[in-house]
Design a protein around this ligand. Structure first.
Ligand code: AHR
Length: 653
C-alpha cells in the first residue's frame, strides 16, 4: 500500500515538475564503445564486524560452543554439578564440561546458552543439535535438549521444542538430533538438562543450527542473510576484512590456516572489534572460525563472485599498535599467502593444503585469481614488507593478481606516499578506502577521470557516505553513493572492482555504521545503500559508452545542476543503459543525443530510486519503505525529479 502510494505520488511530482525542469542534452556515442566493464566491477566486502559472522551470517546459534572463550563459561549459565576440563578430543579446542547428577536428588544439573543477543527461533522451523559426548566412567547418560523461551508468561518455559540424547560410550562420539520449534521467539535460549538417573557425562562442541541453512550446508550460513548477498549479484567477494585481517595485535590477526579443517578443531580468535570502541563495548566478541576460508570460498562460488582473500602483511592494525613482525622474520606470513593460493587452487595429490580443501568436500580448485596483501597499512613499514610477498608470489604464481593498498585515506600524505610505492612494486591493483561525508561525495564525481591508465588498477575496496552525526543509512547518503558510482563506471578501464562497506550489522551488536544490511536474530532489512549496489550490479552492461554534456563528463560539476551520469552498452549490444543521479533540489530534464543511432525512437524500462525525505531509511519494522521501482518509458527525453537516481535501459523501437 505504502509502495503504491509512493509510486503515485512520485509520478505526480514528476508530472507537476515538468514545467520547471531545465533542459540538458547528454551526448552518448553509441558508435564508440569504450572499456569493457569487468565482471568484478561491483561486489561485496565481508568482515566479521558488527557480529557479521558469529551471531550473523554464520548459522551457529550457540555462543562459545567449545568452551574456549577466556572466561570458559561465557555465554553459558551452568547449574548443579558442572565442572570444566581441558583434555578434550580436539587439541586446538581442549576445553569441555563434565556434568554429574547433584547429590540432592531434587536438584538439577545442566547448562543454558544465551546465544548472540538471545537465540532467534522461528515457528515450525527445525533445528539440528549436535554435541560430542562420552560417559567417562561408563554407564548411560540421558540429556534433554530444550529450545527455551526464558521470558515466557506461559505455563511451560520449554514449550518451544525438546528432544533427548542417550550417551552410552566411554569414547568421544558425535550425537545429532533434530528439534522442531513450536513458536516464534526472538530471544530464546538453549538448555541442556541431565536426567536424574544419569551417569556422569562429558560434553564438547555443543552446536545448534537451523536445519534450513543457505544451500542446506550443515556448517552453513543463515539463509536470509546469504540470500541477500546472492541477490546483490556480486562480481567479486573480498574477505575476511578489514582490520580483522591485521588484528589489534599480531596474535589476533585473522589466520586462515586456523579456519580450515574440522570445525571442532578450529581455535578461537579474539575479534579485533571487541576492544575497539569503549562507547560500544562487546566483551564477548570472539571468532569461532566456524565461518572459515573454506566456507568463504564456497560462498564466493555459490554467489558467482571472484574470491579476493586478504592476508596479513605482518603489520598489526596501525591505529592501535606498532608491534609489527620484524622484516627478517616475515617468511611465515609470506608462506601463509603462498599456501593459501595452494589451498584454493592446488592439486590435492601433491599439496597438503589442497588436500585439506579436498577432504573438506571440494576436490576441484576454487580458481583463485586475486590475493590482497595487507589492509589499511601505511608508512614505509608497508612497502618494505609487501616487497618480498610480491617477489615470492609472482615467482611461484605469476598469474595471480596481487592487490596492494593506498592506506586508510582517500587522499593526503599516506595515500600520496603509497601510490608511487605500489607502482614501483608493480602490484596489479591498489585497494583504496574512503568513508567520507556528503560534501566529499558531491565533489568526487571526477575522481578517476584523470588517474593514470598505466600501472596498477584501482580496487575501491571499502567506501560509504558517512554524514557527521547522521550515521544511519539515510536515503541521501545512498543517493550520493549512486552519484559517485557513475564515476567508477565511466572509468571502468582503471577501476576494476568496487565494494561498499561494511556489509552486515546486528541491530544490537554494531560497532560501525552505516552498513548495507541490518539484521536481528530472525529478520533483516536492506538499506538504501544496498539497493544502490544492487541496481549497479544488475545494470552493469558490457562496455562503457562515452557520455558528455557540452563536451564534459557529467559529474556534478559547477555548471551541471547537480547531475551525475554514466552510460553503458548492454551485454548483447542491443540496448543502452543510462544512469543519471539528480542530487539537486530541482527536477531536471535530460535529452539523450544518441550518436550512431540517428533519429531512431527508443523505448525501455525506467527504474527510479527516490525518497521524499532525505533522512528516511528502511528499518526492521518498515523494510520496504524505500525501494526502487520500474516503469515503462519511451523517447529520448526524461525528467528526473529532485534527489532521484534513475536507470533508463532502452533499445531501438
Ligand atoms: O569497514 C570497517 C573498517 O574500516 C575496516 O575493518 C577497515 O579496513 C576500515 O578502517
Amino acid at each position: 500500500m505504502k509502495l503504491f502510494a509512493f509510486i503515485v505520488l512520485s509520478a505526480l511530482s514528476a508530472v507537476t515538475s515538468l514545467a520547471k525542469a531545465k533542459e540538458h542534452v547528454f551526448d552518448i556515442n553509441t558508435n564508440k564503445p569504450g572499456a569493457e566493464i569487468p565482471s568484478t566491477m561491483y561486489g561485496i566486502f565481508f568482515e566479521d564486524i558488527n557480529y557479521g559472522a558469529d551471531g550473523g551470517l554464520y548459522g551457529e546459534l550457540i555462543k562459545n560452543r567449545s568452551f574456549e572463550f577466556p572466561q570458559n563459561l561465557m555465554g553459558w549459565m551452568s547449574f548443579g554439578d558442572v565442572s570444566l576440563k581441558d583434555d578434550g578430543p580436539f587439541p586446538r579446542c581442549p576445553h569441555y564440561v563434565r556434568l554429574a547428577v547433584c547429590k540432592e536428588p531434587s536438584k538439577w544439573t545442566g547448562l543454558q546458552n544465551e546465544g548472540y543477543f538471545g537465540i532467534g527461533y522461528q515457528k515450525n522451523a527445525v533445528y539440528r543439535f549436535t554435541v560430542w559426548a562420552r560417559v567417562p566412567n561408563g554407564g548411560v547418560a540421558k540429556i534433554s535438549a530444550q529450545l527455551v523461551d526464558p521470558k515466557t508468561m506461559g505455563e511451560r518455559q520449554q514449550y518451544l521444542g525438546e528432544t533427548s540424547i542417550t550417551v552410552d560410550s566411554k569414547d568421544w562420539k558425535k550425537y545429532e538430533c533434530y528439534i522442531k520449534c513450536a513458536d516464534h521467539v526472538e530471544k530464546g535460549s538453549f538448555r541442556l538438562l541431565l536426567d536424574h538417573s544419569s551417569s556422569t557425562v562429558d560434553l564438547e562442541h555443543v552446536s545448534l543450527f537451523p536445519k534450513d541453512t543457505y544451500k542446506g550446508d550443515e556448517n552453513g550460513l543463515r539463509k536470509d542473510l546469504a540470500e541477500a548477498l546472492e541477490q546483490l549479484h556480486p562480481g567479486v567477494f573480498r574477505f575476511p576484512g578489514g582490520c580483522v585481517v591485521e588484528g589489534a595485535e599480531l596474535e589476533s590477526r585473522y589466520q586462515w590456516k586456523n579456519s580450515v579443517g574440522p570445525v571442532e578443531n578450529r581455535p578461537l580468535n579474539e575479534n579485533r572489534w571487541l576492544h575497539s570502541f569503549d562507547n560500544r563495548l562487546f566483551p564477548d566478541y570472539f571468532q569461532s572460525y566456524g565461518l572459515g576460508f573454506y566456507e568463504y570460498f564456497r560462498l564466493a562460488e555459490e554467489i558467482g563472485a571472484e574470491p579476493v582473500p586478504v592476508v596479513s602483511v605482518g603489520l598489526a592494525c596501525q591505529y592501535q599498535s606498532n608491534r609489527h613482525q620484524p622484516l627478517d622474520q616475515l617468511q611465515p606470513y609470506i608462506d601463509d599467502a603462498i599456501d593459501l593460493i595452494a589451498f584454493a587452487n592446488g592439486d590435492p595429490a601433491t599439496n597438503k593444503w589442497a588436500k585439506i580443501r579436498a577432504d573438506m568436500g571440494h576436490p576441484a580448485p576454487f580458481n583463485l585469481k586475486y590475493i590482497a596483501i595487507g589492509n589499511e597499512q601505511w608508512g614505509k613499514e608497508y612497502p618494505e614488507r609487501l616487497k618480498p610477498f610480491v617477489a615470492q608470489i609472482k615467482a611461484k604464481y605469476p598469474d595471480i593478481h596481487i592487490i596492494g593498498s593506498s592506506g586508510p585515506d582517500s587522499e593526503g600524505d599516506k595515500y600520496d606516499y603509497l601510490w608511487p610505492e605500489m607502482r614501483k612494486l608493480k602490484v596489479d591493483l591498489v585497494d583504496e578506502h574512503f568513508y567520507r561525508d556528503e560534501n566529499w561525495f558531491l565533489k568526487a564525481g571526477n575522481r578517476y577521470d584523470n588517474y593514470s591508465r598505466k600501472g596498477p588498477k584501482v580496487f575501491a575496496g571499502e567506501y560509504a557516505c558517512h554524514e557527521t552525526g547522521k550515521k544511519w543509512n539515510h536515503f541521501y547518503a545512498a543517493l550520493l553513493e549512486a552519484a559517485f558510482m557513475t564515476n567508477l563506471e565511466r572509468n571502468a578501464d582503471v577501476v576494476r572492482m568496487a565494494t561498499y562497506a561494511p556489509l552486515f550489522a546486528h541491530v544490537e551488536g554494531w560497532q560501525w555504521r552505516p552498513d548495507a544490511i541490518w539484521f536481528n536474530n530472525t529478520s533483516k532489512f536492506n538499506t538504501c545503500s544496498y539497493y544502490v549496489q544492487q541496481l549497479y550490479a544488475t545494470n552493469k552492461g558490457k562496455h562503457v559508452l562515452p557520455l558528455t554534456m557540452k563536451g564534459k563528463p557529467v559529474a556534478g560539476n559547477a555548471d551541471q545542476d547537480g547531475l551525475f551520469a554514466s552510460a553503458v552498452l548492454d551485454k548483447n549490444d542491443h540496448s543502452v543503459i543510462v544512469k543519471i543521479v539528480n542530487t539537486g533540489d530541482q527536477p531536471q530534464s535530460v535529452s539523450l543525443n544518441l550518436k550512431g543511432w540517428g533519429q531512431t525512437m527508443v523505448s525501455g524500462t525506467l527504474t527510479t530510486f527516490h525518497a521524499d525525505n532525505m533522512d528516511a531509511e528502511n528499518t526492521l519494522d518498515s523494510p520496504q519503505q524505500i525501494v526502487p521501482y520500474t516503469s515503462q518509458q519511451s523517447g529520448k527525453t526524461i525528467t528526473i525529479s529532485a534527489k532521484t537516481f534513475i536507470i533508463y535501459r532502452f533499445s531501438k523501437k
